[in-house]
Design a protein around this ligand. Structure first.
Ligand code: CUA
Length: 316
């Protein structure tokens, strides 16, 4: 998860949109690289050819003004500018077709300080932080925010898009190949901005449908005594004041939905691997692990903490 997201446009464009951006960037680089080589060549050539030699006592012949050279110096950059302006407009139009009021989004993603809420309108299923998407389909993502400005960016899948308060933005994505794609919030949004990572899991249509079906189900019932106690504590010790677990009396939507928490790979938008011991640490010391997060430290006893973490780790 900590892997750099720089240069992903070049190394692995994985959607039709990212491919178009990548090819535009390639042509920019070719033009800029050619220009750089030309300048290096000319400077080197002139340094060698016109360097001071023994016996050169007279000032060389001075040339002032050249209509041809000036036309070339203005003309070539102007043509490049027009060409790249045109290519950029074409690319932007191709990757972001107009969205009509009649179009329904496939996924609604809402930025929060500091996590992502993910809703699948076709099933009303809500999850957090890991966004599952099917490959080979033109998908419309609706982007919103609950608080400040966030910015959605998964470079391998396309362009950035801001999430702006009281506004709805849209992003198209048509993913080419299954895989995990890493992104990050790209607009400074407070203390934990750096840890507002994104994970997109792109799946074949069949795998995606299975995942959607499984995650639309109610939460798993606790399987042992400790987990049963954990479920009780979850309801009674303020956890249920912020979180929802479908099929239980926890129905709040302030923090991330935890119905199928154990099915996710990471906790806290990528900060920790998702396992029982990390869950326990997180509930124990939220402000040490993620300073500024809206999760308070409830000062619970060790046994209670363990039971809650144990219960949550069974929510597959
Ligand atoms: Cu959200 Cu930066």
């Amino acid at each position: 998860m900590q892997k750099t997201i720089l240069l992903q446009y070049f190394s692995n464009p994985a959607s039709q949109q990212a491919e178009k951006i990548s090819s535009l960037l390639h042509s920019f680089n070719i033009a800029a690289g050619g220009m750089l080589l030309l300048v290096i060549f000319l400077v080197t050539y002139i340094c060698i050819k016109f360097r001071h030699r023994k016996g050169d006592d007279v000032e060389p012949k001075q040339t002032t003004g050249s209509g041809k050279l000036e036309a070339l110096m203005i003309g070539v950059p102007a043509l490049l500018l027009i060409y790249f302006f045109y290519e950029t407009v074409i690319t932007v139009k191709a990757i972001s077709p107009t969205v009509n009021a009649s179009m329904k989004p496939d996924v609604i993603i809402t930025g929060h300080q500091w996590w992502w809420e993910v809703e699948y309108p076709s099933t009303k299923m809500v999850t957090a932080n890991e966004v599952h998407l099917p490959v080979g389909k033109q998908l419309l993502l609706e982007l919103r925010t609950k608080d400040v400005i966030h910015d959605w960016w998964v470079p391998e899948l396309g362009n950035k898009m801001d999430m702006i308060p009281n506004r709805t933005n849209f992003l198209w994505v048509n993913i080419n190949k299954p895989g995990d794609y890493i992104g990050a919030c790209s607009e400074f949004c407070g203390a934990q901005h750096a840890w507002m990572r994104i994970k997109v899991v792109a799946q074949s249509t069949a795998d995606y449908n299975n995942w959607l079906m499984a995650n639309t189900k109610k939460a798993a019932e606790p399987m042992d005594k400790e987990a049963i106690a954990g479920k009780e504590l979850f309801q009674n010790k303020s956890c249920a004041g912020c979180h929802r677990i479908e099929g239980t009396s926890a129905i709040a939507v302030v923090g991330p939905d935890l119905t199928h928490l154990a099915g996710r790979q990471y906790l806290l938008t990528g900060l920790l691997a998702n396992n029982e011991s990390n869950l326990n640490d997180w509930i124990n010391h939220p402000q040490q692990i993620k300073p500024g997060a809206h999760m308070p430290d409830f000062m619970l006893e060790k046994d209670s903490l363990r039971a809650i973490a144990h219960y949550l780790s069974q929510l597959k």
